[in-house]
Write a protein that binds this ligand. Structure first.
Ligand SMILES: *Cc1c(COP(=O)(O)O)cnc(C)c1O
Length: 373
């Protein structure tokens, strides 16, 4: 129940990528022989598969090592390329650390950053963004779906607003890709980050979608791969995997969303009924189909996480590897430290079953009861 931290590689994805480790092992930049051409061909197919899932053009996709790199490239690259247009950025307190820490880095380089506070449901509005705009605003970065509470921000409204004002818009769509339909053909988003391992492809592969000839300075110099946006020999097996994972997501997204939201709703309502003093963190309407984050009053958070040893759940984000602080996301929603510590994220995925839900509800009920006694 920790699919938002990472997902297993889908069997079909694994089968698609395996030949590119040894049989078709060529360097996709070797255009002088069949080994390289075969690899390049596979990369082209994957690029189209991913582009199709997002409603983007294939040449707008730049493959990276994951969402952290994509976000760094988007924010640092856009800042560096467009410095003359301004130095003000707008983002949200509930963003992933990859965004927040990159913004903090840019502040040291002279950026001015506004961090919007969400409402108690974890949502911001386009009006909040409009009010924060300054004449020197260069870029707005708002995540599509939150990894800890699953809340989905009003990205379309924000994108329209920024496009009208000629301001760049980046979205960290890592948790949304494959779970929610995204159609860039109808969304004026300039930069979009995503990661393979959140959608049944391996860790270490991701992409940045760079739209409308958005000016970007590469953050890695070298052989000018990926149209000069990201140098480095392409991770062909990883790219093939991401393409296949995108294709699978496209074909099963609707069914999977319906199945998972039904399971998630069962899990959530059964826990709320079985455990007094429990409540859901974040909006229950504008959110991902697979995620719920539940707080438990009157239990020690650390003991709770340690005692829930029959299910794999998390408190906060696995990406916050170095931190024992309470979740910055839950703090931004206004939760006191104790309740932020005693909140648990449940995130379901492709292999979650009805039986898993029953096990989890029973286990949570028993553990919370025991700790309270
Ligand atoms: C996992 C995640 C990231 C980081 O992705 P990596 O590919 O692991 O670097 C960034 N943002 C969100 C919302 C995530 O869930």
């Amino acid at each position: 129940m920790d699919y938002n931290a990472t997902t297993p590689v889908d069997e079909r994805v694994l089968n698609a990528m395996l030949p590119y480790f040894n049989v078709h092992f060529g360097n996709a930049a070797s255009r002088t022989h069949v080994f390289g051409l075969k690899a390049e061909e596979a990369v082209d197919v994957a690029r189209k598969q991913l582009a199709r899932l997002l409603g983007a053009a294939a040449n707008e996709i730049a493959f990276t090592s994951g969402a952290t790199e994509s976000i760094n490239l988007a924010l640092k690259g856009a800042f560096e390329a467009n410095r003359h247009r301004g130095n003000h950025l707008i983002t949200v307190e509930t963003e992933h650390k990859a965004v927040l820490d990159t913004c903090a880095h840019l502040e040291k380089l002279g950026a001015e950053v506004t961090y919007l506070t969400p409402n108690t449901d974890g949502l911001i509005t386009a009006e909040q963004v409009a009010e924060a705009l300054q004449p020197n605003t260069l870029l707005v970065s708002v995540m599509l779906a939150n990894n800890e509470i699953g809340v989905v921000q009003p990205i379309a409204d924000i994108a329209r607003l920024t496009r009208e004002r000629g301001i760049l818009f980046h979205t960290d769509a890592t948790q949304a890709v494959g779970k929610l339909p995204i159609d860039l053909a109808h969304l004026p988003i300039d930069l979009l980050s995503l990661s393979g391992h959140k959608l049944y492809a391996p860790k270490g592969i991701g992409a940045l979608v760079v739209r409308n000839k958005t000016a970007l300075i590469a953050q890695q110099d070298g052989g000018r791969h990926e149209r000069g946006r990201r140098s480095g020999t392409l991770n062909v097996p990883g790219i093939v995997a991401l393409g296949r994972a995108a294709q699978l997501a496209q074909s099963c997204m609707d069914d999977e969303a319906a199945r998972l939201s039904a399971l998630r709703d069962r899990l959530e309502t059964d826990i709320l009924v079985a455990v007094p003093g429990s409540a859901v963190n974040g909006s229950r309407t504008q959110r991902l189909p697979n995620t719920t984050n539940i707080r438990f009053a009157d239990v020690d958070g650390e003991l709770l996480l340690m005692s829930l040893n029959e299910i794999a759940v998390s408190n906060g984000s696995a990406c916050n590897a170095a931190s024992t602080e309470p979740s910055h996301v839950l703090k931004a929603l206004g939760l006191p430290d104790e309740l932020a510590y005693s909140s648990v994220r449940f995130s379901l995925g492709r292999h979650s079953t009805e039986a898993d839900i029953q096990t989890a509800v029973e286990h949570v009920k028993q553990v919370v009861g025991q700790l309270r006694r």
